[in-house]
Design a protein around this ligand. Structure first.
Ligand code: NAD
Ligand code: DAU
Length: 355
């Protein structure tokens, strides 16, 4: 197996952001051993990592972060010095339908991992780090102006964001109580390849391609701050290596869009790529019942990250969206695989009740 400089547990590495984290760390740091732990829920897919599954510094373990004895055994087996924790239930609409599974995975799962670190690292905290990947949704919602900073008070308003907020608090509680070395980052909305098509951008791409209605919640006036997934992952890399312990870093690229304007931009990009006359797919836009408790606006002030650690995004939104659309158009099989089975049932239930 060889000697590795670090042995890192990445949780949720078969999901959207996690698979980009795993790929970057496996390829960029051959002296790190990366163990990807994922329960392979509907959102986890090993196809996302087909290109690196044979790498000598990569290992996959299937398992659930809420299973205490399994997690403790894993820590004994690998003697991790770091954890990058992404595993979560991540979709707001699903949290409205089934809040308890979000509490279980996001709260109990995070606590189980923290406790395993506390036990495993109790005699030596040097060179250890628990990196918790969190969301800007913990801060609640903004009106038409202002930004979320690291000092903004937590005010989560959906079962998803409340469960993420609770997990953030547990991370900080373990830091203050047990001196566990931790870092949290809170990022804005991501988009990019391998994004499960229940979320706005991949859902719209898939529906435009298949000439299906484009369900915009409410009046489409809610605002999200979009970041290309690779830019989130480059921030995680920088924060993991150079961030200060016990600190929170907000990640965002100052890229706010009203949902309706974003959908219209996507429609224009896709009509061009699909050789459809301009305006063809815009006719598919359908306003549907709003999401209960729908947060109006998210916007991140990334100053701490940009000034302290020198991070900045690498692409414009237009470039990132074009790359994303190209990926989806070239990876029809991936889309077919993830949208077969349970997805269809979810889609029918979610959108039948809205129209
Ligand atoms: P995702 O739903 O695509 O992936 C989640 C992964 O976690 C899946 O592979 C799933 O199988 C795994 N998982 C779920 N429950 C598990 C369990 N009990 N045990 C082990 N594995 C389990 O999510 P994502 O969009 O990639 O988000 C990853 C993380 O980043 C989450 O913590 C999310 O809160 C956070 N985040 C996401 C965004 C975004 O825009 N997607 C933005 C900021 C923060
Ligand atoms: O801000 C970070 C968060 O971004 C992450 O923590 C979450 O894991 C991630 O899912 C995302 O949450 P959102 O709720 O903002 O993303 P979603 O893609 O579900 O929705 C984006 C916006 O689009 C939101 O205002 C709701 C709206 N929407 C969504 C869907 C799925 C629609 O109008 N129609 C839709 O069909």
């Amino acid at each position: 197996m060889g000697n590795y400089e670090r042995t890192i547990l990445v949780t949720g590495g078969a999901g959207f952001i996690g698979s980009h984290v795993v790929r970057r760390f496996v390829n960029k740091f051959p002296s790190y051993k990366i163990v990807n732990l994922d329960a392979l829920t509907y959102a986890g897919n090993l196809e996302n990592l087909a290109d690196i599954q044979q790498a000598s510094n990569y290992i996959f373990e299937k398992g659930d972060i809420t299973h205490e004895s399994f997690i403790n055994t894993l820590f004994e087996k690998y003697k991790f010095d770091s954890v990058i924790h992404l595993a979560a239930e991540s979709h707001v609409d699903r949290s409205i339908n089934d809040p308890l599974s979000f509490v279980k995975t996001n709260v109990l799962g995070t606590a189980t991992l923290l406790n395993a670190c506390r036990t495993s690292w109790k005699n030596n905290l040097i060179n250890k780090i628990f990196y918790h990947v969190s969301t800007d949704e913990v801060y609640g919602t903004l009106g038409s102006d202002g930004y979320f900073t690291e000092e903004t008070c937590y005010d989560p308003r959906s079962p998803y964001s409340a469960s993420k907020a609770a997990s953030d608090h547990l991370v900080m509680a373990y830091h203050h109580t047990y001196h566990l070395p931790v870092i949290i980052s809170n990022c804005s909305n991501n988009y990019g390849s391998h994004h499960f098509p229940e979320k706005l951008i991949p859902l719209m791409i898939n529906n435009i391609k298949n000439n299906k209605p484009l369900p915009v919640y409410g009046k489409g006036e809610n605002v999200r701050d979009w970041l290309w997934v690779e830019d989130h992952v480059s921030a995680i890399d920088i924060i993991f290596h150079r961030g200060r312990q016990g600190e929170t870093y907000n990640i965002g690229g100052l890229n706010e869009w009203r949902n309706i304007d974003l959908v219209k931009l996507l429609v224009r990009i896709m009509d061009k790529k699909l050789n459809r006359p301009e305006g063809t797919s815009e006719k598919l836009i359908t306003f549907v019942a709003d999401r209960p408790g729908h947060d109006l606006r998210y916007a991140i002030d990334p100053k701490k990250l940009t000034t302290e650690l020198g991070w900045k995004p690498s692409v414009t939104f237009q470039e990132g969206l074009e790359k994303t659309v190209d990926w989806y158009l070239a990876n029809d099989e991936w889309v077919k695989h993830v949208t077969s089975g349970d997805y269809q049932q979810y889609y029918d239930q979610q959108y039948k009740k809205k129209t």
